[in-house]
Design a protein around this ligand. Structure first.
Ligand code: SAM
Length: 242
């Protein structure tokens, strides 16, 4: 029987967060495919079309970017990540330079949570597994910048690791990696309010975290009944282990 090279890929057994491989640095390497696909499916379920402008905040090794880039029209994909090597490795090994050129993708490498660098207002902003590592001040800074650079009818989709225990909530303002930080739902609601954003928790499937949507206007967000009908992200088979 033919053995595909991925069957024996030693990178797949590296721990999540390992700096030794671009697929491992961003999470469990054997979920590199799934964690990209679920982000793509979520934004499509939320209404992402080819002519929308998307900011992939903390885009890492283009886990999701490698699906968004072919889908979107030219000049619609924007990525920010201070670890430029992740983007370089993904371009080299996953998508190739030609599509980055054809699609006129834009990247920035700032670590200041500054989304104004592209001088673009976004229809969608995705921040998957970013606030699971960010201190409170960093979350506030990012959300304020998202708000400033989001269209009035735009939607932000972001993940958090939830806790119900105030004691466990992240107190410092440091970036924690590859470990995770925890926030109470009430703190997330406060972050939103401080940034003049409305916020809704959605049930979209994630093996370890919870998805939240934010928008400038509450009418852009689904109520809980709509979210539970359209935004489950349920997986029929081959669901990854938590
Ligand atoms: C767990 S990974 C998630 C990557 C990507 N969102 C995904 O789902 O594949 C966290 C990412 O945050 C990036 N990061 C670290 N500090 C950052 C900052 N200040 N601003 C934006 N991204 C940052 C890391 O380089 C890494 O790519």
């Amino acid at each position: 029987m033919h053995a595909f090279s991925s069957d024996v890929d030693p990178a797949k057994s590296l721990p999540a967060g390992s700096p030794d491989h671009y697929t491992a640095f961003v999470g469990p390497p054997d979920q590199y495919d799934f964690m990209g696909a679920t982000q793509f499916r979520l934004l499509c379920a939320l209404g992402l079309r080819e002519d929308h402008a998307l900011l992939d905040f903390g885009c890492g090794s283009l886990r999701a970017g490698r699906l968004f880039i072919p889908y979107l029209k030219r000049s619609r994909y924007f990525g920010i990540d201070p670890n430029k090597w992740l983007i370089d490795e993904a371009v080299k090994n996953e998508i190739g330079e030609s599509i980055v050129k054809i699609k006129e993708c834009s990247f920035d490498f700032n670590s200041d949570f500054d989304c104004s660098v592209f001088r673009t207002k976004f229809d969608y902003i995705i921040a998957q597994s970013i606030f699971s590592h960010a201190g409170k001040g960093q979350v506030r800074k990012a959300l304020a910048s998202f708000r400033e650079n989001l269209k009035e009818d735009g939607i932000i989709a972001a993940t958090f690791v939830l806790t119900s225990d105030q004691e466990v909530e992240h107190g410092s303002d440091e970036w924690v990696y590859p470990g995770c930080v925890y926030y109470q739902e009430s703190s997330i609601a406060e972050f939103a309010e401080e940034s003049l954003l409305y916020c809704a928790k959605i049930p979209w499937y994630h093996p370890r975290q919870s998805w939240f949507l934010f928008s400038c206007d509450i009418k852009n967000l689904p109520d809980s009944e709509t979210a539970s009908t359209y935004l489950q992200g349920t997986i029929l088979k081959n669901q990854p282990a938590a």
